[in-house]
Design a binder for this molecule. Structure first.
Ligand code: SAJ
Length: 426
């Protein structure tokens, strides 16, 4: 089939490239001229392992083209953003815009698939819009006859940094507006997915995606709450978690400076918004994880003020280990707030940054490398568990005052100037 992928971001572009590699002619559509032109030249506008070579290959073989506008195809895949507004209400306007541009070109036998993370009911809302715009077509779930088109919701669940591998190997939920729609979408995904494809209805598939990320948020909140309790009790939370996880049915996640990224801190709000009176746990988890940033800031501030001559290195800005994405990052929020308060005393170590983000302009903080930090800084605040930080040998940090929010240095001895709660038991 010919395939049109609408939205060429972190999900849409790798998806378009993998579909093209499976032998379909793919048209990638995006609203950004820069994105459309970059990909048309066989280059990419995002960082993702092995994506550059794959895109270059499928573009040069003519299997992937790009355009600013949707064209007739057999299958349409929508992968546009679904942000939330200031009140955490989901904004599905990009999905509806994509659906209306697709409605203008669809024909009998086409299949429309929504992949964007969406509040429950979005696929039906999209279906209703298409029915309204195309009264000439029999639309699934509305017309009693065999429908002319298929509509399905098939969420992605890939991890940034492992997108290509996970796009191919992860299991997928395939949610049809009707069972017939699900079967149609299933035939399409089987072309390029090696994982198991499990069919369901569209609403269940929408909820499944939200639940996966809310599950992780709630579990990280548990770990973050434990880390605050452990601080208060003078315990090493990493030691406690390590020991508790030896229980065959306990698997506690890792505390950190908060939860970042574009999914886990966002998607739970889509569930809360859909059932505001029935989601105290999910809402509280959001509150705990957002609050962890404040806890880290105040503890770091106390340590910096207790050591007025210390030069401070903040290790990491990224939202998680070994990636170069500094947006929606608790590490960046902590480092920026410290830079705003302590200016020149703050050095940032971030091997994935060429320069500090513009928000740091004029604050006096500097970007330095690991060796400089070891040489010139007295205090290390670990905010990201990048491999390059993990591998700093004990000898090079033994004399530092350390606040390790990620627990990467289990061999770090207690320091007389560090607050209680960091005595290592192992
Ligand atoms: N984090 C912790 N402690 C942990 C694990 C994570 O503090 O034990 C933090 C990370 O440092 C980061 C945030 O949580 O700030 C999110 O990181 P992540 O690696 O858990 O997830 P993402 O945002 O990169 O990707 C998630 C994944 N969802 C799940 O694992 C349930 C991915 O599979 C989804 O496809 C993706 O969201 C998405 O697009 O929805």
């Amino acid at each position: 089939p010919e395939v049109c992928v609408v939205g060429l971001g972190y999900i849409g572009l790798p998806t378009a490239a993998i579909i093209a590699r499976s032998g379909c002619r793919v048209l990638g559509v995006d609203v950004s001229e820069h994105v459309v032109n970059t990909i048309a030249e066989g280059r990419i506008h995002i960082e993702e392992v092995d994506l550059d070579g794959l895109v270059q290959g499928v573009v040069s073989r003519g299997m992937l083209r790009t355009s600013l506008t949707v064209e007739p195809s057999d299958v349409f895949v929508i992968a546009v953003p679904t942000p939330f507004d200031d009140n955490h209400a989901p904004d599905i306007s990009y999905v509806l815009q994509a659906a209306s541009s697709i409605a203008a070109v669809i024909k009998l036998g086409d299949c429309i698939i929504l992949e964007s993370t969406s509040p429950v009911g979005t696929t039906e809302e999209m279906r209703d819009l298409i029915a309204k715009l195309r009264p000439d077509l029999k639309v699934p779930g509305i017309s009693a006859d065999i429908p002319d088109i298929a509509i399905a919701y098939c969420p992605e669940r890939v991890l940034p940094g492992r997108i290509l591998e996970e796009l191919t190997n992860n299991d997928r939920s395939i949610g049809g507006i009707t069972p017939r729609c699900a079967r149609k979408a299933l035939t399409f995904y089987r072309r390029f997915v090696r994982g198991e494809c499990i069919t369901t209805d569209a609403r269940s598939a929408e909820m499944t995606k939200l639940v996966e990320n809310a599950y992780r948020d709630v579990n990280i909140a548990f770990a973050n709450e434990l880390s605050i309790v452990a601080d208060r009790m003078g315990l090493d939370v990493w030691e406690v978690i390590r020991l508790a996880n030896r229980h065959p049915r306990v698997n506690i996640l890792q505390p950190g400076p908060g939860v970042g990224g574009h999914c886990i801190a966002v998607d739970p709000w889509f569930i809360i918004h859909g059932a505001p009176d029935d989601t105290p746990l999910i809402r509280t988890a959001r509150w705990v994880n957002d609050g962890k940033i404040g806890h880290v800031l105040s503890k770091a501030g106390d340590m910096i003020e207790a050591n007025p001559t210390a030069r401070v290195a903040c290790l990491g800005l990224a939202f998680k280990a070994n990636i170069d994405d500094f947006r929606e990052s608790p590490a960046n929020k902590v480092a920026l707030a410290l830079a705003q308060k302590y200016g020149e005393r703050i050095a940032i170590v971030e091997p994935y940054a060429q320069a500090l983000p513009p928000a740091y302009d004029g604050l006096g903080a500097s970007l330095i490398d690991v060796d400089d930090a070891i040489e010139s800084c007295d205090m290390f605040i670990v905010l990201v568990d990048h491999d390059v930080f993990k591998s700093i040998p004990l000898a090079e940090r033994v004399s530092k005052i350390v606040y390790d929010t990620r627990g990467i240095w289990s061999d770090q001895p207690a320091h007389p100037e560090r607050p209680a709660g960091h005595l290592r038991l192992a």
